[in-house]
Design a protein around this ligand. Structure first.
Ligand code: NDP
Length: 405
């Protein structure tokens, strides 16, 4: 049993907190804290009504390391699950070190002034976590997160070595709005408007945003155009599996989504740099855009369809070339009925809770700053099945697929 503090009260937090309450035989006390306490109270109220589990709530600015450390101490929290925003990662890690708690997050640190995400600054805290006998588990969402675990499963159980890796992320859901993002708009738009990047033969190759695409048949969901993007798990996966010669990440976007995004970009609405809008009053266009777009947490009820995220890996097994596809399909309406959130929040919140559960039960435990693929994949895959994210494995032909072009 362990005491859990969850920070952030958006869509991902709602799911992670519900799932923690469903696993309350592992989490003795669950505390939910965020910048806006009323959002924590709304989640806690729903959980009390639906599951009968008590969640304590607090207001916190997680950028304030001392205040967060004090909250960890006062609530006797042993694990902190950070489902606020990537800007808070370093501050919450420091608060965990100060108060002596383990740390879990779902997205790597981002600099608020620059759309750049990398593990460098979080990995740099490895020694401090080791010395304190604490563990930090990075990227325990779906991608990063489950995609790292699927890759580890293929490397540990299906192939001798992985040579090529393709991660494929499809959201075939429809929320009925002309334009909305499925998770935090700022983080989402920053991710897809930067240059695409993939790994080949030890080097990172950059491409113009959205300039490489192909059509992929997502089993059970359909065929969708999929665009090459840079995604953060590629950094740790290519480091932890040095046999990988080529690693790419693809995500689907509808023509309508891209048409709106292009228009917003063309008029400067996705810029991060603040501009003066009246005397002495500055706002970044992206911050403003976030305010006028639908809140992702409100999309749940109206989103229909499924998400499909998986990993395709090719490599040798006993000198024979093989290719495997492991994937999950999540239904937006089923997720909404269960926890009141759509699949992008669901597929992130479930593994976020499982990451905390892995540490609470010491199923995964080693002091230091760790990525998901550094542990045995099987226990995590078992928990995915148990907590609502069933997965499938398919063997694919090793040649002649759109992915080979
Ligand atoms: P939301 O924007 O819906 O929620 C973020 C929450 O964090 C809000 O409640 C916000 O408070 C709170 N917050 C922001 N700043 C602070 C602060 N300084 N102190 C305390 N709380 C703060 O985001 P999502 O729920 O959609 O996403 C949560 C995280 O999950 C993000 O880091 C995102 O990148 C990640 N993610 C990961 C995925 C994966 O597969 N790995 C996929 C999708 C998301 P307020 O309500 O006041 O604004």
């Amino acid at each position: 049993m362990a005491n859990l503090l969850i920070i952030g009260a958006g869509g991902v937090s709602r799911v992670a907190t519900f799932k923690a309450a469903m696993n309350s035989y592992v989490f003795e006390n669950i505390v939910l804290a965020s910048r806006t306490k009323s959002k924590c109270d709304a989640i806690a109220k729903d959980i009390k009504e639906r599951l009968g589990v008590d969640i304590k709530t607090y207001q916190i600015d997680a950028m304030d390391v001392d205040a967060t450390a004090k909250l960890i101490e006062n609530t006797k929290s042993e694990i902190v699950l950070n489902v606020a925003l990537p800007y808070q990662d370093l501050a919450i890690m420091d608060a965990c070190l100060k108060a002596g708690a383990h740390y879990v997050d779902t997205a790597n640190y981002e600099h608020p002034e620059e759309a750049k995400f990398e593990y460098k600054e979080q990995w740099a805290k490895d020694e401090e976590f080791k010395k304190a006998g604490l563990m930090a588990l990075l990227g325990s969402g779906f991608d990063p997160g489950v995609t790292n675990v699927f890759t580890a499963f293929i490397a540990q159980e299906l192939l001798d070595e992985i040579e090529t890796l393709d991660i494929l992320d499809c959201n075939a859901g429809d929320h009925g709005y002309p334009f909305a993002t499925n998770f935090n708009p700022e983080i989402n738009i920053r991710e897809i408007t930067q240059k695409g990047k993939y790994y080949e033969n030890g080097q990172w190759r950059e491409i113009e945003p959205m300039s490489v695409k192909f059509k992929w048949e997502y089993p059970g969901v359909g065929e969708y155009p999929s665009y090459l993007l840079y995604h953060e798990e590629l950094e740790s996966l290519t480091k932890n599996f040095p046999s990988i010669k080529k690693a790419r990440f693809f995500m689907t976007f509808s023509d309508n989504y891209l048409w709106h995004l292009n228009a917003l970009e063309n008029v400067g609405m996705t810029d991060i740099k603040p501009i003066e809008v009246c005397k002495g009053c500055e706002i970044s266009p992206m911050e403003f855009l976030k305010k006028v777009l639908p809140d992702p947490a409100s999309l749940g009820e109206r989103t229909k369809g499924q998400t499909h995220i998986g990993v395709v890996a090719t490599g040798y097994k006993n000198k024979e070339l093989k290719r495997y596809y492991i994937y999950n399909i999540c239904d937006h309406q089923c997720a909404f009925r269960e926890v009141g959130a759509q699949c992008v929040s669901y597929t992130t919140g479930v593994p976020a809770m499982i990451g905390a559960k892995m540490i609470a039960t010491k199923t995964w435990f080693e002091p230091g700053v760790k990525n998901m693929e550094e542990f045995k994949a099987r226990p995590f895959m078992y928990e995915l099945n148990k907590n609502g994210l069933a997965w499938f494995i398919k063997e694919l032909p090793t040649k002649g697929l759109p992915i080979d072009n």
